[in-house]
Design a protein around this ligand. Structure first.
Ligand code: G1P
Length: 297
């Protein structure tokens, strides 16, 4: 029987150096896409997939994240007094019942695999999800929910997957694939950040995972991989020969790499245009702005 996935790990310990100086004093996961911090998108997606236990792997300087998910009695009182029901409603999303969210610290930055391993005691003997908040995925059905549904048939480990251009492939975990039904592919091998000419395919791992607790055991080996780091990809690859194996899942939706400046800007445009309250004004601004620029060139 396939066990329900109710726990999710959010690795949020990274220093976010690509967004300095902004990230000097705010965690990158608090950076705002339209009007919500990045982390809120990942939390909403996890909730939609049935996750009830949220585990944050944090580091020094991330207290703004903890405050974000804390109650804010003074703010709520003020809004209530002023009858700001819409704003109160918006705040509800940040509500985490006591005990639903747990924080563990990654003391040394030793890679994504190591960050996930830091949550091992809270995961115990259960399958779990991992969401990388840098990867923001817009879709009719949230990505992790799609995966949880597909996972009912596969069990084992599942990673979100997407084709990427060859010149970008070396930034990703890459899948060597076997059978492929268009959405679910069996994984024969996976390599972290291969050189473009060594990549087994152009199917890249995107930051959503459903993993068996054995992946945590594999991480106990502390095997050093690509970039001198302990890689999650390697610990998952060790499960390929297990009974249920590893599957890639080509999700339906658009993924934005909010770990890069260009990706963050693209997400801002896409999410801004998708908002009923902003679309009209924003679209005409973009239209006119580009027309004026094009005419000047
Ligand atoms: C991580 C993973 C990589 C995956 C990527 C997706 O890399 O190690 O396998 O393809 O996320 O965003 P990072 O972006 O942290 O270097």
């Amino acid at each position: 029987m396939i066990r329900k996935v109710t726990k999710a790990v959010f690795p949020v310990a990274g220093m976010g150096t690509r967004f300095l100086p902004a990230t000097k004093s705010i965690p990158k996961e608090i950076m705002t896409l339209v009007d919500q911090p990045l982390i809120q998108y990942a939390i909403d997606e996890a909730r939609a997939a049935g996750i009830t236990d949220f585990i944050f792997v944090t580091s020094r300087g991330k207290s703004a994240l903890e405050d974000y998910f804390d109650a804010s009695p003074q703010l709520e009182e003020t809004l209530q007094r002023k009858n700001k029901t819409k704003l109160l409603e918006a705040l509800k999303k940040t509500d985490m019942p006591s005990g639903a969210i747990a924080y563990v610290r990654q003391r040394d930055a030793m890679g994504l695999g190591h960050a996930v391993w830091c949550a091992r005691r809270l995961i115990g003997d259960e399958p779990f999800a991992v969401l990388l908040p840098d990867d923001v995925i817009a879709g009719e059905t949230p990505c992790l929910q799609q995966m949880v549904e597909a996972y009912q048939d596969t069990g084992g480990c599942m990673v979100a997957a997407m084709e990427v251009p060859k010149d970008k492939i070396s930034s990703y975990g890459v899948l060597d694939t076997g059978t492929d039904n268009g959405s679910v592919v069996t994984v024969k091998d996976m390599v972290e950040k291969p050189a473009a000419d060594k990549a087994p395919s152009n199917l890249a791992v995107i930051g959503r995972y459903i993993l068996t607790p054995r992946v945590m055991e594999n991480l106990n080996d502390m095997k050093i991989g690509a970039g001198g780091e302990i890689q999650l990809t390697d610990a998952i690859a060790a499960e390929i020969s297990s009974h249920d194996g590893v599957h890639g899942y080509r999700f339906k939706g658009q993924r934005f790499d909010c770990g890069s400046k260009a990706g963050f800007l693209q997400a801002t445009v896409a999410f801004g245009l998708a908002r009923d309250d902003l679309a009209h004004e924003f679209r005409s601004f973009l239209h006119e702005y580009l027309a004026v620029r094009d005419a000047a060139e």
